[in-house]
Design a protein around this ligand. Sequence first.
Ligand code: FES
Ligand code: MG
Length: 577
Amino acid sequence: MSDNKKPKRRSQLSYGKLDKDGFIHRSWMKAQGYPDHCFDGRPIIGLCNTWSEITPCNSGLRELAEYVKRGIWEAGGVPLEFPVTSLGETQMRPTAMLFRNLLAMDVEESIRGNPIDGVVLLGGCDKTTPGQLMGAASVNLPTIVVSSGAMLNGKFRGRDIGSGTDVWKFSEAVRAGEMPVEDFIAAESGMSRSRGVCMTMGTASTVSNLVEAMGLCLPYNGSLPAVDARRQALAHMSGREIVRLVEEDIRIRDIVTKESLINAIKVNAAVGGSTNSVMHLLAIAGRLEVELELEDFDRYSRDLPLIVDLMPSGRFLMEDYHYAGGLPAVMKKIAPHLELGATTVSGVTLGEQIESAECYNDEVIRDLDNPVRDNSGIWVLRGNLCPQGAIIKPNAASPELLKHTGRAVVFESIEDYHARKDLPELDIDESCIMVLKGCGPKGYPGMPEVGNMALPKKLLEKGVKDMLRISDARMSGTAFGSVILHVAPESHAGGPLAVVRDGDLIEFDGEARSLNLKISDEELQARLTEWLNNKPESPYHRGYAKLYVETVLQADQGADLDFLVGGSGDEVSRESH
Ligand code: FES
Ligand code: MG
């Protein structure tokens, strides 16, 4: 160590000093048994871990981190694992999404504040990877992702059942009197029978596939089952790779560019990915300072059909997907649509990476000329009901509802919906449009996954399976139905959704990408003025919820906090003592 040479790595700004500060930084670390040479200038790699027992989908990450460490040691680096906030999608109330930006702040400051040269993001459950990517993008160090991997296929009485997707089906079957509650409870154990993330193409698997499409992890990170030993080997190899990325100074912003975000949007369409990817990619692009707009999701996915036959849009599950060849096989099939020159963390271009990929089951991963459905991706809607946009996932919807005009049945809040949905006197039939307010980022707060409102009991009993539904909420990536989501501005921000009334006609034309409330401009203006004069006061007066509600952006901008967009880099000029 020498004090008169400019340190080569940022970790040397702390560990390379021969003064009091260097003593402090090294000595306390030595309390954990690290010998002197760990601080001699070799790459210090942070393992940013969202392991938690109340994020069950990430419960394997403590162990998986050990395999990453093997690779880091082997390549001559020093691994240092640290915990960050963890967000369990199925456990947190009112919604894990409320805390995605909090995780992103935690990740950003943990990476920037600590003497590390590169970072491995260990995440999996829906909000964990996006929050980690947002934070990492604002610091811009060399970064690689190692995901939890999906659970084994769910099994119940001789057939495969999918995370989330079959929960919605079973619960409607119970309400329609077609499934006994005892069977419903018994199905819980068969659905989640190994560690890992949801094994449908829900948000977690969507995001791990998009991370792979963006070149930010090693191939097959998006599909290898959580408990497959090859995931441990992948973790090991990722440890070696991050050391190389640090040595070559290849950072997250060198990997994730506009090109790679476009690839992610296209892959999202081909695999039938979650609507939540829209929010997360917009927020990540904001952190990267890359121009990406809501319409890009429609623009770049328009030509892509759905070729992966996975729940919730299709039949199979993540294990089948991996055995069929995973994302490399998908990307090879849609290669003519992709930006093949995009960079990846494995040191080759995306094109080179998928060159030798093979598909082993073309029922699960179809050919482009034999798709599961022609319509895929995300449709972005505009109209007087959603001046800043709304979205629908056409492949999860009923084709006959993709153009529909109907009478609005309005629920002013989620409580109003729960209180009235099953009342026999509710004036509703299958041609109506269910409208839910108060579920946007500011309104709930946190924009929960309640947009796929279950249908009223009396319609379920009649055999109705789908209806058009509209809200400012999100829906689970495992869900399905003709559901228009992310209406912006949300009702709590004074969007036109706030003034829809029972009996209004709403016109949705998917092909034209339009969503309109059939009232005159004057009437709409008068109702909006009346709403403004009686604007509800926010009940959030302290803590994170107050900060969130006051600063959260609307869905069309990714619902990040307004002051977190962009980045501050990795420099910290001042010492701690
Ligand atoms: Fe965690 Fe689905 S609930 S991945
Ligand atoms: Mg979810």
